[in-house]
Design a protein around this ligand. Structure first.
Ligand code: PDD
Length: 280
């Protein structure tokens, strides 16, 4: 792979970052994941707007302009010949040359890393036909989940808890209410109505979420932004998750209880179809 590091395109084995980088020592950085379908970026402007928001929240300087970000993404798609896959972008606070809790001076250059992940068959993911089985786990993450930081230890542990339980993923629950999935936003469907938690500091403001809610409204579905419990989800007609890497993905089982018939339902299938049509 050809990767991008601080202004240079390098072979992945040549790209090296300091052991003192704040990303490495403190998880002091933010990231974005953008999908590529048919060699084109999916919903790119939204990711760059959110990147700016995450950087602002942590007072990390944005080292590139929106045009430059786009150019680096395009270069990586071409240089790695990506048709279907993902581009990972990370900005950390940089390398102060030592370990210190206090932030380094604001003029320290941030460290910028981007790389591609080829995923042939991404749009035709077979999981969309079978649906995901999930468990619920307590949400013990910090209180600024709206900032897309690289601090992903607990979400990784959540995926492992799901794996150990023999299922696909987990939904986080706080005060009896679902916040979101380990790496996606969570939804239930009742009749013609899509229900998902309202935006706040409690969840990541998904780029896919924004698009899917817009398409749902355009398709005459009702959209209700409010919290729901696991019990309500288990009694729903359908359930699903959204993210840049999975688009719209049905959920067919929560904590051992089947959702509806236990197979992906028509509303979620329609939403996935609309999303992929609009984005391709
Ligand atoms: N995860 N919530 C969390 C906690 C996430 O990590 C993600 C994305 C989302 C969905 O956001 P978006 O639709 O903008 O991808 C919600 C990415 C894909 C990841 O960590 O790989």
């Amino acid at each position: 792979r050809i990767v991008y590091l601080d202004g240079q395109y390098l072979a992945e084995t040549e790209a090296k970052v300091s052991i003192f980088d704040r990303g490495f020592l403190m998880a002091d950085g933010v990231y974005e994941v953008t999908s590529v379908l048919g060699g084109k970026l999916v919903d790119f402007p939204g990711h760059i707007v959110r990147l700016q928001r995450s950087l602002d929240a942590l007072e990390i300087r944005n080292p590139l302009s929106s045009d430059d970000w786009l150019e680096v993404h395009r270069q990586l798609i071409v240089r790695n010949n990506i048709d279907e896959g993902m581009i990972y972008l990370q900005v950390t606070r940089g390398n102060p040359g030592d370990r210190d809790f206090a932030f380094p001076p604001a003029d320290l250059p941030p460290t910028v890393v981007l790389f591609t992940q080829a995923k042939p068959g991404l749009a035709n993911n077979p999981a969309a036909k079978t649906g995901l089985r999930i468990i619920s786990i307590p949400d013990i993450r910090w209180g600024r989940r709206d900032i897309k930081t690289v601090q992903l230890l607990y979400p990784s542990m959540g995926k492992m808890m799901a794996k150990k339980a023999g299922v696909d993923d987990a939904w986080f629950v706080e005060e009896e209410l679902v916040t979101e999935g380990t790496s996606n936003n969570a939804y239930i469907v009742k009749g013609n109505r899509i229900i998902t938690r309202a935006l706040s500091n409690d969840i990541l403001h998904g780029i896919t979420r924004a698009a899917v809610l817009r398409f749902a409204a355009e398709a005459q579905m009702e959209v209700e932004e409010r919290s729901f419990s696991i019990e309500e989800a288990q009694a729903a007609d359908e359930a699903f998750v959204t993210s840049a890497s999975t688009f719209v993905m049905p959920v067919v089982e929560i904590d051992g209880a089947k959702i509806g018939a236990g197979t992906p339902g028509p509303i979620v299938a329609r939403l996935r179809e609309i999303y992929l049509e609009e984005m391709l």
